[in-house]
Ligand binder design. Sequence first.
Ligand SMILES: *Cc1c(COP(=O)(O)O)cnc(C)c1O
Length: 371
Amino acid sequence: MVQAPLEASKIQISKTSTPKEKLPNDKLVFGQTFTDHMLEIEWTKEAGWGTPKISPYHNLSLDPSTIVFHYAFELFEGMKAYRDSNDKIRTFRPTKNMIRMNQSAERIALPTFDNEELLKLIDQFLLIDESFVPKGNGYSLYLRPTLIGTTPSLGVGSPDRALLYVIASPVGPYYSSGFKPVALEATDYAVRAWPGGVGNRKLGANYAPCVLPQQKAASKGYAQNLWLFGEEGYITEVGTMNVFFVFKDESGKKELVTAPLDGTILEGVTRDSVLTLAKEKLPSDEWTISERKFTIHEVFDKAAKGQLVEAFGSGTAAVVSPINRIGWNGKDIDVPVADGASGELTKDVAEWIRRIQYGEEEFKDWSRVAQ
Ligand SMILES: *Cc1c(COP(=O)(O)O)cnc(C)c1O
């Protein structure tokens, strides 16, 4: 039998008879409440992708031997839907999430699918739960596409059954009252990702091991880990975000730097958006935009010479997250934050991206209207 491809047109919809009460915007907590429905598609090795279903949000029922529980056959995506001023629902560069999700699936022997078919299904899901997409700047509906292996067996092997599902959680702005810069511990005793590993894939298995180092950093007064790699102390990412630094040289020319995609870096949609917009909007006689290796030593040296301008993390949840201090080797360096909130470029980047997300500005095909 041929494996059926994922086909959005086969969708079956059953709507809830008990709609949930919606929380007011100021009560929204990231990932704690969900919309009325969920999207699910089962896959089997024999038949391929089954009928896509949108049905009331529900528990899953899985055999305790199911492969996802034992060998971490799990991957996910994180993306958001935004309500524009005409009450249209928009997603931001969602094809990038689909491409990345398929790369994650391929890496752990889970089935891949057609990007556009899943996006069509997500659009339908969004239209059905449209009333959960909050209104207002910084508010959005967080989408969590997930793919798990569901073979009920303790054998380690490629799953012959899988479940792709998408759930959605209304969320408020990461910073409810302006930016709040964070302090980082430059972490070298624990490693998030390594060459030849899977740090460039959004696999659930990458995240649990990072929680204990984060707790240790927090106990010393640092909000997040600045993940270093190797004896050189290469800077890779911050927490679960990509990281950018701004340096300036003696002549005053500035450089925006982030680590290159060498297999240890998660290929953030926000990262790519920052790089693309910075190249587009920053004058090239004043700025260099670099994807290159750089180390914690370079940051400390530049800070000592007054050449460290600002730094920020980038990711879907916060868009940008300003950094004001980095602890390393028993020393702290202060990272400038213009008005105590964020650096100048950090603020500009946040606004460039926000305007496209909320449909206030069209840029390439970056904003997709659900229809
Ligand atoms: C998801 C993620 C990011 C950010 O990716 P975005 O697509 O910008 O949200 C960065 N680093 C890690 C480790 C991540 O899991």
